[in-house]
Design a protein around this ligand. Structure first.
Ligand SMILES: NC(=O)c1ccc[n+]([C@@H]2O[C@H](COP(=O)([O-])OP(=O)(O)OC[C@H]3O[C@@H](n4cnc5c(N)ncnc54)[C@H](OP(=O)(O)O)[C@@H]3O)[C@@H](O)[C@H]2O)c1
Length: 174
């Protein structure tokens, strides 16, 4: 398929997208791929320096990407993030990508209570609560979608990440 024809078939022009954890890894790749198809993106990360580096690189590439410093494991910061997204995108959001996640690899018996809270708040609670917060914006868009980043570890057992695995089980019912 010719390039021009392909980009017409696969356009995300002007679609509004929140990609959590877009400064590294899979989230970074998602931002670049979606922005390349014309999406208007907001992303977040905790490290301000790395976020600003990414934003400046994306601006030079002509991508429409903005960002917030946010620790999405914290409820008030998630609320602030969604307020920012709402005001940036006029109360509408087409796609929420719950990408950010983290793992501390340890045998089960070595995990502490703090390790447990860290995984639950970062991987599970953040995705769940951001989805709740995004619901009115997704509904207002008329074509809202939520993408969750799961893992093979949520399906098969891993010897050094039992809490991570629990946070990566597949989401089913709406
Ligand atoms: N990599 C794999 O092999 C793999 C396999 C299966 C599933 N996954 C899943 O894919 C997703 C991305 O994984 P990855 O390996 O690409 O991750 P990564 O390279 O470690 O990048 C994580 C991103 O999320 C941000 N982040 C982490 N904690 C955050 C928090 N509390 N608040 C806001 N931002 C936060 C990080 O920036 P800051 O550090 O600046 O906050 C970074 O931008 C995760 O959900 C992971 O579980 C990954």
């Amino acid at each position: 398929m010719a390039g021009a024809e392909q980009s017409q078939r696969w356009s995300l022009k002007a679609k509004t997208v929140l990609v959590t954890g877009g400064t590294k890894g899979i989230g970074h790749a998602i931002v670049e791929e979606f922005a390349g198809f014309g999406a208007v993106i907001h992303t977040c990360a905790r490290n301000e320096y790395e976020l600003n580096e990414c934003l400046s690189k994306w601006q030079k590439k002509g991508f429409q990407v903005t960002g917030s410093v946010c620790d999405a494991s914290l409820r008030p910061e998630r609320e602030k993030l969604m307020q920012t997204v709402s005001s940036m995108f006029g109360g509408k959001l087409d796609i929420l990508i719950n990408n950010l996640g983290a793992i501390r690899s340890k045998p089960t018996l070595d995990y502490t209570a703090e390790d447990f809270s860290f995984h639950i708040s970062t991987n599970l609670e953040s995705a769940y609560h951001l989805s709740q917060l995004a619901h009115p914006l997704l509904k207002a868009s008329g074509c809202g979608n939520i993408i969750f980043m799961s893992s093979i570890a949520g399906v098969v057992s891993a010897s050094v990440g039992s809490i991570y695995s629990a946070t990566k089980g597949l989401y089913t019912n709406y």
